[in-house]
Ligand binder design. Structure first.
Ligand code: CA2
Length: 146
């Protein structure tokens, strides 16, 4: 089983700014956490971060034939990107959307998610543990289908 884990714009700033919302750990810490979870669960993983919508679309498209599922934190593109929604629909792989913060408890504009419309679940407000939850959900889902 192989998963793609994608992080969207500004998540490379983790641990550098806004620690009250996003904590003090860095993107590298998050990537190491995800690798550790996947190793424990015997899952292959490729991890990406981009600040560019088109690059995220390209990565999602490249998952077709290369991955069994996608964990995605589209960051701010969550609330704007029909392109990311369409890419997820196009590849039709099982996907779970993750947010470090609880987007329902923040500004009104963060309540809408376009990519979530193509995802089997949305996990929010659990910090790094949300990525573990998403990985385990996908493992169970994909395992059932194989
Ligand atoms: O809670 C999440 O994971 C978000 O996807 C994070 C996005 C935000 O736009 C979404 O509404 C919710 C923002 C990522 C920016 O991350 C930063 C980290 C440190 C400093 C500044 C930004």
């Amino acid at each position: 089983m192989k998963l793609y884990v994608l992080n969207g714009p500004n998540l490379n700033m983790l641990g550098i700014r806004e620690p009250d919302i996003y904590g003090r750990q860095t993107l590298l810490d998050l990537e190491n956490y995800v690798r550790q979870v996947c190793e424990r669960e015997d899952i292959q993983v490729e991890i990406f971060q981009s600040n560019h919508e088109g690059v995220l679309v390209d990565i999602i498209q490249s998952a077709l034939g290369n991955a069994d599922g996608i964990v995605i934190n589209p960051a701010a593109y969550t609330h704007t990107s029909v392109a990311i929604l369409d890419a997820l629909k196009a590849v039709a792989l099982p996907a779970v959307e993750v947010h470090l913060s609880d987007i329902n408890q923040r500004e009104e504009f963060r309540r809408i998610s376009y990519p979530a419309m193509a995802c089997m679940a949305q996990v929010k407000g659990l910090g790094f543990a949300g990525y573990e939850k998403a990985i385990l959900m996908l493992k169970e889902h994909i395992g059932q289908k194989k």
